[in-house]
Design a protein around this ligand. Structure first.
Ligand code: NAD
Ligand code: DAU
Length: 356
């Protein structure tokens, strides 16, 4: 089996669902179930013997050791993290704990487990670390896209904590020979994304008749990748990635935030028209994110050249599927909008006076 951390979150859960749709190799899913983890996402696996869910903290070394000894996975795929940049600005401590200390704990547990394996089990073991393009910092408008050799220049507490985790993973390979592969991916979107991130927040707010809050001038650029394409990239890196290497993963799809929001409004205008006219009327400019990175762009040629991976989805098809998914899953959205969610929304947006 494989061990997945953070498999009740957005990308981790999509990965688990995708994995079990494609093969019968069981998954041990280790997740603490923070506000971002949601077992309802995995409800279709209820009663499926191939999925074992364990609620545990990746910082709990004794628990991770016991799970490795009991289930003896052939690989670990590490998604678990605090992942929202705005939350890292409000409270960086949890980001350092989970992303740095948690990754350190997993690496040490993996090293102890792997060093006792023999023969094929030892040679085949993998630790796949899922990371982000944000570790590279911000690009000037005309600068070439991030390659794997771009210097690390993280700017937010989130990206600094992910950069630290990447460095630990690299060092555990270099010093101890732990068989690791790291992927650095751009912005994901798709089903089951928590509605604190740009795309699901805009869809959910639009449908609720609420403001669509654009930070700053709305011209910050991100590269967008449909989540299933990220899952297939991780599968490719796990199966064939060279040990100790990093692979950038991206959608070849750079867009300013304002264009993303206009695209969502246009799809909603078509699928769920408002009586009062376009959803664009709900767009509101608010105070910028402190330290807001201006542009990310990913050069994903290495993973294509070495592992034959390219995204299957275009932004046009992926965003339409995503908007339709949120229209069809109002129940899931309602259930994740707990009291804690509402408290976060008022904390993050109350302080941002409308800046128009
Ligand atoms: P998410 O916030 O949706 O999910 C994170 C999951 O980790 C949750 O299920 C949560 O309960 C779990 N978790 C948090 N702390 C934990 C702990 N201490 N122990 C065990 N479980 C814990 O995140 P996501 O968007 O699915 O991102 C997954 C990974 O991919 C992260 O490592 C993130 O840095 C990386 N990544 C995300 C994106 C993106 O656009 N979302 C892009 C590139 C890379
Ligand atoms: O690049 C990969 C990263 O993408 C991942 O590592 C992170 O885990 C993930 O959260 C994401 O980070 P971003 O900060 O780019 O994503 P977010 O959805 O929070 O914001 C996308 C852009 O939209 C960013 O420029 C800020 C802007 N934004 C965001 C929100 C939530 C707004 O203008 N308004 C908003 O309300």
């Amino acid at each position: 089996m494989i061990l997945v951390t953070g498999g009740a979150g957005f990308i981790g859960a999509n990965f688990v669902l995708d994995w079990l749709a494609q093969c019968d190799e069981p998954v041990l899913n280790v997740d603490k179930l923070t506000y971002a983890g949601n077992l309802e996402t995995l409800a279709s696996l209820d009663g499926d013997q191939r999925h074992v869910f364990v609620q545990a903290d990746i910082c709990d070394r004794a628990r991770i050791d016991a799970l490795l000894a009991e289930y003896r996975p052939r690989a670990m795929v590490h998604f678990a993290a605090e992942s929202h940049v705005d939350r890292s600005i409000h409270g960086p401590g949890e980001f350092v704990r989970t992303n740095v200390e948690g990754t350190f704990t997993l690496l040490e547990a993996a090293r102890g487990y792997w060093s006792q394996l023999d023969g094929e089990a030892r040679a085949g073991f993998r630790f796949l670390h899922v990371s982000t393009d944000e570790v590279y910092g911000s690009l000037a408008p005309d600068a070439p896209a991030f390659t794997e050799t771009h210097p690390y220049e993280p700017n937010s507490p989130y990206s600094a904590s992910k950069a630290a985790s990447d460095h630990l993973v690299r060092a555990w390979h270099h010093t101890y020979g732990l068989p690791v592969v790291t992927t650095n991916c751009s912005n994901n979107y798709g089903p089951y994304q928590f509605p604190e991130k740009l795309i699901p927040l805009m869809i959910v707010n639009a449908l609720a008749g609420k403001a669509l809050p654009i930070y700053g001038d709305g011209m910050n650029v991100r590269d967008w990748l449909y989540v299933k394409d990220h899952c297939s990239a991780i599968r490719a890196a796990l199966a064939q990635g060279r040990l100790g290497e990093t692979y950038n993963v991206g959608g070849w799809n750079e867009m300013p935030n304002l264009d993303i929001v206009h695209t969502i409004c246009a799809i909603l205008d078509e699928l769920r028209p408002r009586a009062e006219g376009s959803y664009t009327a709900q767009i509101t400019y608010v105070k910028d994110r402190p330290g807001h990175d201006r542009r990310y762009a990913i050069d994903a040629r290495k993973i294509e050249r070495e592992l034959g991976w390219r995204p299957a989805e275009t932004f046009e098809t992926g965003i339409r599927k995503t908007v339709q998914w949120y229209l069809d899953h109002a129940g899931w959205v309602g259930n994740v909008q707990s009291g804690a969610y509402r408290e976060w929304v008022s904390r993050n947006y109350a302080a941002r006076d409308a800046a128009a």
